[in-house]
Design a protein around this ligand. Structure first.
Ligand SMILES: Cc1ncc(C[n+]2csc(CCOP(=O)(O)OP(=O)(O)O)c2C)c(N)n1
Ligand code: SF4
Length: 262
């Protein structure tokens, strides 16, 4: 079998815009799931609402497309009702960190055996480009026409602090690293969180001088800074540019977890 055997082809064509990064994240996740040797009958994909949250609909397993911001609450119920199931949540930055912020914190704190994959496109994509907690300072959105004046929210740092057992961030450019990170998250008992920075040419790129898909990919590539390099720069007193974001593995630990089969 290959990762393509997990696709629900009768749902095609998909709704994603040409050049959207979400497909890459779905492929990487399914590749990791396939590497785990999981069975379709034992695996459930769950999401909230948003472009990214449409992902489970294209996968052949049982899935739940739930309410905006509530994917982790539904996933918790599924996992605790049947801990034998492998539960993977797809979410977006708005779904996870705005309306779903409290569920995110407490899923990390409870350290439930779920893997959350967030497609962070730095914007509300599905509803036409409102600013999200992850819209970078100065970026243009429909709700920040003069530039985002609030500081960007670091989803991975929150997950580390709140108690997730595995946290990593990559981008849709870093396909190999992203796949390995999802695999590590699936293997780690407890809550694992993988943040994937993705291009959204439609709602984010065209308002922020990144109109071409290649421009957005170049943005992701050139603004990603390996965590070890960032730490070295900080130790040596070098200034880390404010628009760079760290990528890599942020934590891998073994805090007591819930929903893990003994
Ligand atoms: C309670 C509720 N409020 C608002 C909405 C409208 N809504 C649907 S998707 C969405 C934003 C999605 O943004 P994000 O989670 O970042 O996902 P993306 O579409 O960018 O992948 C909003 C506000 C809704 N469906 N339900
Ligand atoms: S609006 Fe953005 S996130 Fe949504 S499908 Fe289009 S490119 Fe992807």
């Amino acid at each position: 079998m290959s990762f393509e055997d997990w696709f629900r082809e009768d749902r095609l064509p998909h709704i994603f815009c040409t050049g959207c990064g979400n497909g890459t994240v779905i492929n990487c996740t399914l590749e990791a799931v396939e590497e785990m040797g999981w069975k379709r009958d034992d695996t459930v994909f769950i999401s909230g609402i948003g472009c990214s949250s449409r992902a489970p609909g294209y996968i052949i397993t049982d899935s739940l497309h739930t309410t905006h911001g509530r994917a982790l609450a539904f996933a918790t119920g599924v996992k605790l009702a049947n801990p034998r199931l492998h539960v993977v949540v797809f979410t977006g930055d708005g779904d996870l960190a705005a309306i779903g912020g409290n569920h995110f914190i407490h899923a990390c704190r409870r350290n439930i055996d779920i893997t959350g994959v967030c497609m962070n496109n730095m914007i509300y994509g599905m509803t036409g480009g409102q600013g999200s907690p992850c819209t970078p300072a100065g970026a243009i959105s429909t709700t920040t026409p003069y530039g985002m004046c609030e500081p960007v929210f670091d989803l991975s740092a929150l997950a580390v602090t709140a108690g997730a057992n595995y946290v990593a961030r990559w981008t849709s450019y870093h396909v190999t690293e992203l796949t390995k990170a999802v695999r590590a998250g699936l293997e780690t008992p407890g809550f694992s969180f993988i943040e994937a920075m993705v291009q959204c040419p439609t709602a984010y790129g065209r308002r922020n001088k990144l109109r071409q898909v290649s421009d957005m990919m170049t943005y992701l590539k050139t603004h990603a800074l390996l965590i070890q390099k960032k730490q070295r720069m900080e130790e040596e007193g070098e200034t880390v540019p404010a628009d760079m974001f760290a990528v890599g593995e942020f934590v891998r630990r073994a805090r007591p977890a819930q929903g893990v089969l003994k």
